[in-house]
Design a binder for this molecule. Structure first.
Ligand code: PLP
Length: 402
């Protein structure tokens, strides 16, 4: 069930959720509590199992007021009961996999996903006795075929990095629940505001908060949002035992960015739409993939599932040699856009991703999976994170380089 819009609108929620004036001194802005330990008023237990929602702060690996402020804010924006902040997006993925999967279990994950998450699932989980099947999650029938009696987790990503292919999250949630499994999704590209994941039946939503939530390219972090019972299990395992907690300083920076997320996402989407439409008219560009374009193969699903198409788009320029040449021209000629990995920042970022290389290193797709990937990416794509600059300046930069 979705808990979105319980009392306030999204802009008020992004600004005020988790925060209040400091009761000690009236400070309007939240404090940064750089404290690893907390003075205790009574003689209490020292096991993770002693933690209850009403426990006072004891040690920062269990909970910290600044980190808790960010967790409340993200949970409110995502419309879930609770949220766990983690040291990075990868720590968020690890928190999900290592809390809810054990030796003998089976997981189904998207064959195309953020490379680090894909490698963690394909390389590390099997080493621990967890079976993993990778499928094209835009095809619910393929997901249904992959489910086994011991399937415990379906992990999707939408839109997927780097090709902007979408997953029908409601369909995958139904398949997961019919099989008695959880459905976790990586919604980093959509941001917490892009999809009403609660209404789509998603159990756990992860974000690299390094990206849109923080939004300014200055702090690495991650988060998983979901039902209280699931988040508490992750807090016990992933934070207290595995230890991948977010620093209070980064929590403060990311919360400061999160306060303007609704405004930023509107501007990212408007900028991306303008850039995507311009790219479609450019003679050097052979294909543009953006969920907000009618030419996106899943534009209908985008309209059903996404209230904001975000600032992520990809485009092709022909074969790999042409792509490489244009990538070099971008490095030489861009005046505004940064040629760099990562995404979701106020600064626009661009990166060339050649298909053959990705197939050998991160993705290792074969057969139908590779054909499906090439249907979107051809021999390679430019992945662009459209920032918050004036779209005309981004278009001028692109025109210089293409
Ligand atoms: C960046 C990213 C991650 C990993 O996040 P880090 O904060 O870099 O650890 C995971 N998933 C997606 C979709 C990402 O873009």
């Amino acid at each position: 069930m979705s808990r979105r819009n319980a009392s306030h609108g999204p802009m008020t929620t992004a600004i005020h959720a988790g925060e209040s004036p400091d009761p000690a001194n009236g400070a309007s802005a939240p404090a940064i509590h750089m404290s690893s330990t907390f003075v205790s008023g009574d003689v209490s237990g020292f096991s993770a199992h002693d933690l209850t929602p009403d426990s006072p702060y004891a040690y920062a690996r269990w909970a910290n007021p600044t980190t808790a402020m960010l967790e409340t804010k993200i949970a409110a924006m995502q419309g879930t009961e609770e949220c766990l902040a983690t040291a990075s997006g990868m720590a968020a993925a690890s928190a999900i996999f290592f809390t809810f999967l054990s030796a003998g279990d089976h997981a189904v994950i998207s064959d195309v996903s953020y490379a680090g998450v894909g490698e963690l699932a394909r390389d590390t989980l099997p080493r621990l006795g967890i079976e993993v099947t990778t499928v094209n999650m835009s095809d619910p029938a393929a997901v249904a075929d992959a489910i086994r009696p011991n399937t415990r987790l379906l992990h999707s990503e939408s839109p997927v990095n780097p090709i902007m292919r979408l997953t029908d999250l409601a369909a995958i949630s139904r398949l997961a629940h019919d099989a008695g499994a959880l459905h976790s999704t990586d919604a980093t590209f959509a941001s917490p505001l892009g999809m009403d994941t609660g209404a789509l039946g998603v159990d756990l939503v992860m974000h690299s908060t390094t990206k849109y939530v923080g939004g300014h390219g200055d702090a690495v972090g991650g988060a998983v949002a979901g039902r209280a019972e699931l988040i508490r299990r992750m807090r016990l395992e992933a934070s207290i035992h595995h230890g991948g907690i977010l620093s209070p300083f980064n929590a403060w920076l990311i919360a400061r960015g999160a306060a303007t997320l609704p405004l930023r996402m509107k501007a990212h989407a408007a900028g991306a739409q303008a850039v995507a439409e311009w790219l479609q008219t450019h003679p050097s560009v052979t294909k543009v993939i953006y969920p907000g374009l009618e030419t996106h193969p899943q534009h209908d699903l985008a309209q059903r599932q996404m209230s904001n198409c975000s600032g992520m788009l990809s485009f092709q320029v022909g074969d790999a040699a042409t792509g490489e040449r244009i990538a070099q021209q971008m490095i030489d000629r861009f005046e505004v856009i940064h040629y760099a990995v990562s995404l979701g920042h106020h600064r626009s970022l661009m990166f060339w991703m050649e298909t053959a290389g990705l197939m050998e290193t991160s993705f290792r797709l074969t057969g139908a999976s590779q054909e499906d990937y090439r249907a979107y990416a051809g021999d390679g794509i430019f992945r662009m994170s459209v920032g918050l600059e004036d779209p005309e300046d981004l278009i001028a930069d692109l025109d210089r380089a293409l």
